[in-house]
Ligand binder design. Sequence first.
Ligand code: GLV
Ligand code: MN
Length: 371
Amino acid sequence: MELLGVHMRVDAVGNLRGFYPAAQPNSPRLLIGSHLDTVPNAGAYDGVLGVVLAIALLEGLQGRRLPFGIEVVGFSEEEGVRFGTPFIGSRALVGRLDQKLLDVHDAQGISVRKAIENFGLNPDEIPQAELQKDTLGYLELYIEQGPILEKLNLPLAAVEAIAGQSRLEFAFLGRANHAGTTPMHLRCDAITGAAEWISAVERLAHEVPGLVATVGKIEAKPGAANVIAGEARLPLDIRHGSDEIRLRAVNDLIREAHEIAARRGLSVRESVLLNQAAVAMDSFLTAEIEKAILKTGCKPHRMVSGAGHDAMILAEKVPAAMIFLRTPGGISHHPAESVAVEDVERAIECGLHLLDQLASSPESYKRIKRA
Ligand code: GLV
Ligand code: MN
């Protein structure tokens, strides 16, 4: 970025930001970015490809200045691995990184506030990370992370909406005891209660069309082969294009957890870490992306993203849009995640067409800052 004459800074929540100025001072700005964090045992493209592509678009301008500036953002903490809560970096831009979120702890008991301080940043400066009043919109380029574009034999797509998601944490509490001496009918085994509930989660997700529900991890205490588990903690990640269906499923699964626990002499506690509504992408920007895809010689396609993205947070305040790149094998959140070089080349070409279209469209400027 510095080679392109762009000064970089780190905002108070750890987002990396650089501003490429417009042809004239006091012009509006377009944000382009994605996130820099990732999941355990991840692939190399989820998130970071979008940041690299934003920089590639600036490079592609070859020094040309547009009627708007471009701010490249590399967001922190999108995945929610460390604190169980995703989108922490982008929430700062829309003014939604509140005290409650700053108090959330990681597995070591370190709060978001403390983690920010340990990184040498000042959480009291988070309000300064908020979006500028002159923001035209937000653009994010991303791998699809699914099989649809590959099946359709298409390299690129415009995202029309992002599915809503909830994240919860459940703790089944029983009584730890000796594995050899405690008869089966006298046990209060937290792990078997959790296991029964996990099966109920899978069953419900099979029954409700379009619902996806995942328990990606389980922690048992005290955690030994010869001790009945006194405690089992597990997260629930649940998503659907309809918020109503998702929230109904969340309620059903909470009720089911309590029924299973009661029948087994256990108790259960749940906490809701995230209820993120489904979000439509901006219709003007999405239509412009389709035109730009056509200019690259490809057939435009519109699709819903099952994965969550920072774009769904930015969309609360500014017009937001996304371009998807085909993902070989539909594999993501896995080391085998990949992308074809030719598709990356097309995405850059598409992005450059889009920037030119926005630069010459009066409609782009009518849309500055909804909030
Ligand atoms: C982000 O990768 C998500 O969980 O959708
Ligand atoms: Mn991801």
